[in-house]
Design a protein around this ligand. Sequence first.
Ligand SMILES: Cc1cc2nc3c(=O)[nH]c(=O)nc-3n(C[C@H](O)[C@H](O)[C@H](O)COP(=O)(O)O)c2cc1C
Length: 216
Amino acid sequence: MTLDLLTATRAARKRLDLHRPVADQDIRECLDIAVHAPSGSNRQPWRFVVVRDPALKSQIAEYYRKAFAANLSGRTPRPDQLADLSSGQYLADHLAEVPALILVCSLGRPPADPSPLRLASFYGSIYPAVWNLQLALRARGLGSTLTTAHLAYEREIADLLGIPFDEVTQVAMLPVAHLLPGSDKPVRRTPAAELTGWDGWPPSDRVAASQGGSEP
Ligand SMILES: Cc1cc2nc3c(=O)[nH]c(=O)nc-3n(C[C@H](O)[C@H](O)[C@H](O)COP(=O)(O)O)c2cc1C
């Protein structure tokens, strides 16, 4: 069951059921699981904002749509990226209709000294909670996608939701809905064996190929 969950938890966009309500209690229980994640010195920097109000969702969706469009402009997608872009566009077009948006925030602002250690501590103390949350949602038949496009308008969204911008960083937004029946396409991942070195760097040339562009 655990292994199935780890391999089945995918970005859900077109499989989000925009019409079936999501219970507050399900969200609360998933957040309770999210906060079991590890963080540096057990700081537990996470804070969550659950957005349900249709007017607020519409405004966030508008920012998301603008940011998503700006992200795409001037890009020529590779053929293998077209399906992802189509589902990304679908999410951008329907974000306001998703039953709940969960913004995951971290206390503090990103480190002014962007040393690898400080960056790892800052972002590494919040993303495990994001993934815990996505796994907990998936275990209840709820789909989500880790999104960041809206961060182009982080300040505007902070103002909208009363998030203290100077003290808190928005890290990710998860649109949450029940999954429509059906199954995902097979997962596209490079096998770990091609990416792993034992007692040294892996003897392969996949580093350059795996350098992605901007999301999704
Ligand atoms: C840091 C990060 C930022 C992401 N930002 C977005 C986003 O803004 N919008 C979106 O639709 N997907 C976003 N994604 C989702 C990725 O596109 C998705 O996880 C990836 O394509 C794998 O999809 P799959 O699990 O369905 O195979 C993001 C993922 C990560 C890890």
